[in-house]
Design a protein around this ligand. Structure first.
Ligand code: NDP
Ligand code: PYC
Length: 332
């Protein structure tokens, strides 16, 4: 695999140029490019530059509004809603997360529902930002049918990621962010591009037969992680990020989609909680001791440790040349 070394500033610029050429205004392009750059910085490769051809395709097809003007309003003191104006999610986050944090600090808990948005990124930027403001946060989005519910051989669930973040006063937030599919679709696509098999149990081919060939899984379906238990979490996400917030579940998001290769229109659920208010001020000592014991166990590594380690490296990143060619072609 041939690669080129690019600085984080160059990565931002490549993303920004591609999005602008595909029709996004500066504010929308910068918000997405920043998310893409941070994904590459942290080593979230399947949600960095890899996503630019899809982002560009949906701007060019007119499905996504490159001039989106997402707007926040409060339905109640703790139920905030953002109309994404059919744009990409990062600008909605940029505009709304601060108000969500304020509402949670004031009331102990607050929920942000985002509708008419297109989410094509990792979820950790949203939950991590809230935990940096002293809150614990949970977020999820659905996608398009790609995962067969446990027991079925037909996709209905999206790859439906779930992210959780916990604030640590003397350390960066504890964060996990994971697809509820056995493997994120982005990673299956990268394995197909690089001609690598994936582990048995990742997915099934079109006939419902187990396979390790990523291209067959893309034509067929992924499996949920953790059997029936992971399947139920994927089901919960369909309901939280769809009907609960006033948006569609994955099957209906796909029916409305134009198939341009970018993300479908859907919703996002973000819950923010103040440990200070909910615990009556005693949360820090308990959580510190718990996390100390967890981290001290042989064989355990805390989620986000890998990302934070990558983040400390300020040097250039190795980017796949075939991907760079694809990005140049996609924004022409
Ligand atoms: P991974 O399986 O790579 O990681 C899931 C979580 O577990 C991460 O927090 C990771 O931390 C942690 N982790 C990984 N390996 C270990 C280990 N050995 N021990 C302890 N913790 C570990 O993530 P996925 O492949 O499932 O998801 C990748 C990304 O795809 C996510 O960011 C998700 O948001 C995104 N996605 C987005 C979708 C969308 O619709 N927008 C749909 C599906 C996925 P660390 O990061 O430090 O490795
Ligand atoms: O990797 O499954 C995935 C995914 C879907 C939408 C964005 N990422």
């Amino acid at each position: 695999m041939s690669t080129t070394q690019l600085t984080l500033a160059e990565i931002f610029s490549i993303a920004q140029d591609a999005l602008t050429q595909a029709g996004a205004n500066k504010e929308n392009a910068d918000a997405v490019a920043n998310t893409v750059m941070r994904a590459e910085r942290d080593g979230s490769h399947s949600h960095g530059l890899f996503r630019i051809p899809g982002y560009a395709a949906s701007l060019q097809s007119g499905k996504v509004n490159g001039n989106a003007d997402p707007k926040l309003h409060s339905r109640t003191a703790v139920a905030l809603h953002c109309d994404g104006d059919l744009g990409y999610a990062p600008l909605a986050h940029q505009r709304c997360l601060e108000s969500l944090a304020e509402a949670a600090h004031e009331n102990g808990v607050a929920v942000l529902s985002i509708t008419r948005t297109h989410h094509f990124a990792a979820l950790w930027p949203e939950t991590e930002a809230l935990a940096e403001r002293g809150l614990t946060a949970i977020s999820c989005v659905s996608y398009m049918p790609s995962v067969a519910p446990f027991g079925a051989a037909k996709p209905l669930y999206g790859t439906n990621p779930l992210s959780f973040a916990w604030p640590r006063p003397d350390a960066p937030p504890l964060v996990f962010d994971m697809a509820t599919a056995a493997m994120a679709m982005g990673d299956v696509q990268i394995a197909a591009r690089d001609d690598r098999p994936v582990p048995l149990g990742t997915g099934l081919d079109e006939n419902g037969e187990p396979t390790t060939a990523p291209a067959e899984i893309i034509k067929g379906m992924l499996l949920p992680f953790g059997g029936h238990k992971g399947s139920h979490i994927a089901m919960m996400i369909e309901l939280l990020a769809g009907p609960l917030v006033g948006e569609t579940a994955s099957f209906a998001s796909k029916e409305r989609d134009n198939g341009d290769g970018g993300p479908p229109q859907g919703g996002q659920f973000i819950l923010a909680m103040s440990p200070e208010i909910l615990s009556g001020g005693v949360w820090q000592a308990q959580s510190k001791e718990f996390l100390k014991r967890l981290g001290a166990l042989d064989g355990v590594r805390l989620p986000a440790e890998r990302r934070y380690r990558n983040r400390h490296d300020k040097g250039p990143r190795e980017i796949n040349n075939a991907l760079l060619d694809k990005i140049s072609a996609s924004s022409r």
